[in-house]
Write a protein that binds this ligand. Structure first.
Ligand SMILES: *[C@@H]1O[C@H](CO)[C@@H](O)[C@H](O)[C@H]1NC(C)=O
Ligand SMILES: *[C@@H]1O[C@H](CO)[C@@H](O)[C@H](O)[C@H]1NC(C)=O
Length: 299
């Protein structure tokens, strides 16, 4: 596994990267300041830190138009859902991890390796809705919910911790997510979602098109384009109203759910990480990820 360094970039050594670095840096400085203030209160014996109770939810549905039974598919001998759960277990910010599923086989298997399972209805339209339903059914209260997609078996736990801390240190944001460097060959792939951020690391926009767009019409090799990674965390109060927000024009046009958050004026914090995205969307992806894991000696 390649090490994940939150807030650093593997490629690029250009001037424009400095602006990217600076929002990360400001974020860290602000984070430290808030953490210090919050920490002081904590030691005074009063209420705990901001958004301190965190649950990770892995939504896993059986039926999928592209890949039936995907969560249980074996990757080098171990079901994908178990790999995701084991990765999530390594995150230090999660108080609790649950699998949310509509399927008894998935539930039974997950219980067999020790996971907590919440049964959710088949009517959930997507992972966000499933997370919301699971959150309502949990006995304890949580301030932050991390939606851990089950189709990234190589997800680094540091990324989970990074987005949780981003939300804990940005009280004005209700949503946090991660981006990594976009490979030039993915620039015009509409399945790779691009993101632009302001100089404090808040999302400005997401698009399936290349943003920003250079007037030459080509990919600018100097520019540090950002690729959106699927992982998200939400303030739990926001997660309750999120499904009720009506679809918005940009969301519908781009077919990107997260745009609804921005179009309604909510703030979203974005962290930059080093990460090779190896999502499993189709049966063919399984072979790809297995050969990669063999190559890198991962088991
Ligand atoms: C566009 O990309 C080229 C490199 O391909 C770069 O030299 C130029 O500064 C970029 N921006 C503009 C406004 O042309
Ligand atoms: C996914 O769920 C959200 C929140 O419940 C909903 O608003 C959105 O429209 C759904 N997206 C799709 C593609 O069904």
């Amino acid at each position: 596994m390649s090490p994940t360094s939150i807030g650093s970039s593997s490629s690029s050594s250009t001037g424009s990267l400095n602006s990217t670095k600076s929002w990360i840096f400001q974020g860290i400085v602000a984070g430290v300041a808030i953490a210090a203030a919050v920490g002081a209160r904590f030691y005074l014996g009063r209420s705990g830190k901001f958004r301190s109770r965190v649950v990770g939810i892995i939504p896993a549905r059986y039926a999928s138009s592209r890949f039936e039974g995907k969560p249980l598919v074996h990757i080098l001998g171990k079901p994908m859902i178990q790999r995701t759960w084991e990765r999530a277990k390594l995150a230090s910010t999660l108080d609790h991890i649950v699998v949310a599923t509509d399927n008894e086989n998935i539930a039974e298997y997950c219980r067999s390796f020790g996971a907590d399972v919440i049964m959710t209805s088949e009517s959930c339209r997507n992972g966000t809705e499933r997370c919301n339903e699971a959150l309502q059914k949990l006995e304890k209260k949580y301030d932050v919910v991390v939606n851990i997609q089950g189709d990234e078996p190589l997800l680094e736990p540091e990324i989970i911790d990074g987005i949780v801390k981003a939300l804990q240190t940005a009280p004005d944001a209700v949503f946090s997510t991660a981006v990594t460097s976009l490979k030039p060959e993915d620039a015009f792939d509409p399945n790779r979602v691009k993101c632009v951020v302001d100089n404090r690391g808040y999302a400005i926009y997401f698009s399936r098109g290349l943003i920003p767009f250079n007037k030459s019409g080509n990919v600018n090799p100097q520019f540090p384009y950002l690729l959106h990674l699927g992982i998200q965390s939400f303030d739990s109060k926001f997660l309750k109203i999120y499904p009720e927000l009506q679809p918005t024009p940009l969301q519908l046009e781009e077919d990107l759910e997260q745009l609804k958050v921005l179009e309604n004026g909510y703030k979203m914090k974005v962290i930059k990480v080093d990460h090779e995205a190896h999502g499993v969307d189709t049966p063919e992806d399984v072979e790809k990820i297995e050969s990669l894991m063999r190559e890198k000696n991962l088991s």
